[in-house]
Design a binder for this molecule. Structure first.
Ligand code: ZN
Length: 437
């Protein structure tokens, strides 16, 4: 199996993964030293090769690189708005000879961003994903079942990489979830026998509920991997009850890749210290204490094509100081609060994942800065959008067309708003369904 994977994903993946298998057991002190060396490299490159960071470091009274967290904290955090305003200035001028991948994301708070990474960085990220995939008991090459939007059967290396090295054999499409779709998924499951089930947290929950309603009792993965969205405790309990197996919670974002992942002990998520520096900041900018929720701010130690230094993801989480009994030196983090998206419902009863609707519109339709979808009634959907200057006129027709096609017969209202606030409990809801189901 390995040579095939190597050919498809690049020769650098396997050595990168092998190295990560070792570093996970390094002491925290050693891992921190390695982080500081990587921080020095990435900040030196950012200052040398991007106009944005040269200016930002100078304004903060810093030299042309930093190598400690204390120095790093002197830099202001990088917001999504910064990236939208200054995108081209964040891209390195020193990219000759590198294969560059461009991707667009809207996933984390409904703000679309265009991002660039090298193929090498992509391999490194996927090596980290593979390392934590293996913590679940899944083995390289075993079939995977996914609950995901837009089942792009991976056609290219790039598509494969987007799926974090998990190449699902069967899909349940989150754009069209219904009892019939779940029955078809169960039939495919019996044929292909996946050992791992992965998907958005709430999609896994809806699958579990439907499987229970339909008395399907033979979807039995070895483990379940929940990713991309906040995993709510009651939903986790339902998923684990129905499938009689543990859920591994995973936290990351497309902008920097994997941030944290549970090991087999489930006592928190091990931070991907090899690749990211993670800070937890209170609203006043000071570090959150262990157990206290703070904004997640990440510094990507890999991406030298478009460096993201002190990037605020807009999720909340808390640091932990306990060491995990599994023996890994990677420290733990806990309780991510952030992305939540309901499923909307069509008049035929089919459910449509809010997260998939966001992915299908925000990353493709220009002019929108942020969006929230509210289904007020079965036949009425309100799109609240924060538009770029002049962007509303551009975005409206495309948004209307997409939603009218997806929800035939429903009235689509588009409201321009100045901002979309997060809820008091820290959740950022980008799709809300008020229809009683
Ligand atoms: Zn552990």
């Amino acid at each position: 199996m390995e040579p095939v994977w190597t050919a498809l994903t690049g020769a650098s993946l396997v050595p990168a993964w092998n190295a990560l298998e070792e570093t996970q057991y390094f002491s925290l002190a050693t891992l921190r030293e390695r982080q500081e060396a990587a921080l020095r490299r990435i900040t030196a490159a950012a200052c040398k090769d991007t106009a944005f960071y040269r200016r930002r470091f100078a304004e903060a009274g810093l030299g042309s690189s930093v190598s400690t967290l204390a120095e790093l904290r002197k830099l202001p955090v990088l917001t999504k708005r910064d990236i939208r305003m200054h995108g081209p200035e964040l891209v390195s001028r020193n990219i000759a000879g590198k294969r560059i991948l461009e991707f667009r994301t809207g996933g984390s708070t409904g703000v679309p961003l265009a991002l660039f990474i090298s193929e090498e960085t992509s391999h490194q990220r996927n090596a980290a994903a593979r390392r934590s995939n293996l913590w679940s008991g899944w083995k390289v090459g075993e079939p995977v079942g996914a609950v995901w939007g837009n089942p792009l059967l991976p056609k290219t290396v790039k598509d494969r990489l987007r799926h974090e090295l998990l190449d699902p054999v069967i899909y349940l499409d989150t754009m069209s979830l219904s009892p019939d779709a779940v029955r078809a998924f169960a039939r495919e499951w019996r044929r292909e026998r996946p050992t791992l089930l992965f998907g958005h947290a709430h999609s896994l929950y809806l699958l579990a509920k439907t499987v229970e309603d339909l008395d399907i009792d033979d979807i039995r993965p070895r483990a379940i991997l929940s990713t991309s969205m906040m995993l709510l405790a009651p939903e986790r309990a339902t998923i684990e009850d129905v499938f009689e197996v543990a859920v591994f919670d995973r936290y990351g974002c497309e902008e920097v890749g994997l941030i944290g992942s549970e090991c087999e002990l489930h006592h928190g998520m091990h931070i991907n210290l090899d690749h990211v520096i993670v800070e937890f900041l209170r609203a006043d900018g000071q570090p959150a204490a262990p157990g206290e929720m703070g904004f997640v701010v990440v510094t990507d130690l890999l991406n030298d094509v478009m460096p993201l230094i002190r990037y605020r993801v807009e999720d909340l989480a808390s640091p932990m100081t306990t060491a995990c009994a599994c023996g890994r030196g990677l420290p733990l983090m806990d309780r991510v609060a952030g992305r939540v998206a309901d499923f909307l419902v069509r008049d035929d009863g089919t459910q449509v994942a809010g997260v998939s609707l966001i992915e299908n519109t925000l990353t493709r339709i220009p002019g929108i800065e942020q969006m929230q979808i509210v289904q007020e009634q079965l036949d009425r959907i309100v799109l609240r959008i924060v538009a770029d200057p002049g962007g509303a006129a551009e975005a409206r027709p495309a948004l209307r067309n997409y939603f009218e096609a997806t929800f035939p017969g429903a009235r689509i209202d588009i409201e321009l708003v100045s901002g979309i606030p997060r809820e008091a409990n820290g959740k950022y809801r980008f799709a809300i369904c008020k229809v009683v189901q």
